[in-house]
Ligand binder design. Structure first.
Ligand SMILES: *[C@@H]1O[C@H](CO)[C@@H](O)[C@H](O)[C@H]1NC(C)=O
Length: 403
């Protein structure tokens, strides 16, 4: 079976001649459609039903992108035979072509190097599609495997992203890769993107991250950071870079897998703190990823969640899963841990479940500059795929985890 989406739809079509389903998950995901296109949000289409309606009646013919792995406008530009046949605005025909033929022909539905404020990369087999957007400060806001969107990007605090805070200040001094709380559903972010390179299986970015909260003078007087305290940052954007290099290939692993290398710069004036906490990174997954387990290296099986063992987060039917492993011997003063959090919500798209990988350093000398790099491996697939992937990764790192 092909790993690309829509296969069943297009096979049925060639047999019966029935109309293609323009809301097939190969080309449309309602929540991606709303969050990646702020005009859809502002048009009032904010739930699955109204997003579908907007897509069928406006979005298709306007050439909007509605899925992380495919975009009609990029598909036409990528394949000159299609551009010749349908023209650069033959969006509807492009979608129909993709569903009936393009998927079988393994044609890709995105442009190398980025397009329209989005950058997409895929693994060597084109099974896994990872993309970042200008809207989210070049943070990863979509990961599609086997037709399924894994990432929640409802606002600028989610995504698959880096963040850091300084205990005990929490959100009061909290550089966040994708943007600040008050960036909310807007098209822009207080994160300043400095560079993005998307090519082949690799996405590299450098940004000056937004503080999660606006500087105190810029915050509405009714909004505080915590316990009635004011934000401690005096600007909306942290002046020092966060960089990442995401490679869709992990050493010795044949399953879909991301090697996520985070680079944090700590510099400038920071309110005095006891512990620097770096999330390298955090993954906010969609509401259906409700099951958390851990991988036990000695037995090779999944066990009840434990903060110190590689984490596996999945849908309840085990069809979609993400497994996270950070190799030992990285620069951390307190044990690295795997966190899990659940944020149920009845509103379409707003529910999220997250994991994070956390490293901690004790107080650094005031005014000094430090750069910390961390490697995290993120396996993707079914629960079985992810378990096999973690097994391979841990075999390659026999010293097991810290602690
Ligand atoms: C979806 O949004 C539309 C448009 O705002 C609204 O009329 C409808 O009631 C909403 N449906 C649900 C199930 O919330």
């Amino acid at each position: 079976m092909s790993w690309l989406c829509g296969v069943v739809v297009s096979v049925a079509l060639s047999v019966t001649g029935a109309a293609v389903d323009l809301t097939s998950p190969a080309v449309f995901n309602a929540i991606f459609y709303i969050t990646a296109n702020v005009e859809v949000w502002h048009a009032g289409a904010r739930n699955v039903t109204s997003a579908k309606y907007h897509w069928l009646h406006h979005g298709i013919d306007e050439g909007l992108q509605a899925c992380g792995s495919f975009h009609s406008a990029q598909y036409l530009r990528r394949h000159s035979d299609l551009e010749k046949a349908y023209g650069l605005k033959g969006y509807r025909q492009a979608i129909e072509h993709y569903l009936t033929n393009g998927l079988h022909e393994h044609r890709l539905g995105y442009l190398e190097g980025g397009y329209g404020g989005r950058w997409t990369v895929s693994d060597a087999h084109h099974r896994l599609f990872v993309s970042a957007s200008a809207r989210m400060g070049a943070a990863v806001d979509s990961l599609v495997w086997n037709n399924h969107e894994f990432i929640n990007s409802w606002d600028h605090g989610r995504e698959l992203q880096m963040a850091m805070n300084f205990i005990p200040h929490g959100e009061c001094f909290n550089p966040t890769e994708a943007g600040g709380r008050d960036d909310s559903q807007t098209a822009v972010t207080n994160t300043h993107t400095q560079s993005v390179h998307a090519s082949g299986i690799t996405l590299s970015t450098t940004v000056l991250p937004a503080f999660w909260l606006r500087a105190v003078h810029a915050m509405p007087p009714t909004r505080h950071c915590r316990n009635g305290k004011s934000a401690m940052n005096t600007e909306n954007t942290y002046r020092h870079p966060f960089s990442k290099k995401v490679t869709l290939q992990c050493p010795g692993v044949s399953q879909p897998c991301l090697h996520f290398r985070s680079t944090f710069t700590i510099a400038g004036t920071i309110p005095s703190y006891t512990t620097l906490q770096m999330e390298a990174p955090t993954g906010y997954l969609t509401g259906d990823f409700t099951v958390f387990r851990s991988f036990d290296h000695s037995s090779g099986h999944l066990v009840a969640y434990s903060a110190r063992k590689p984490l596996v987060q999945s849908t309840h039917d085990d069809r979609f899963a993400m497994g996270v492993f950070s190799p030992p011997n990285q620069d951390t003063d307190e044990f690295m841990y795997y966190g899990k959090f659940q944020f149920p919500n009845k509103i379409d798209g707003a529910a999220s479940n997250k994991w994070n990988v956390v490293y901690r350093k004790h107080t650094l000398p005031a005014g000094s500059t430090h750069v910390f790099n961390y490697d995290t491996y993120i396996c993707v697939g079914t629960v079985n795929d992810v378990t096999a992937c973690l097994k391979k990764l841990l075999q390659a790192h026999p010293s097991d985890l810290v602690g």
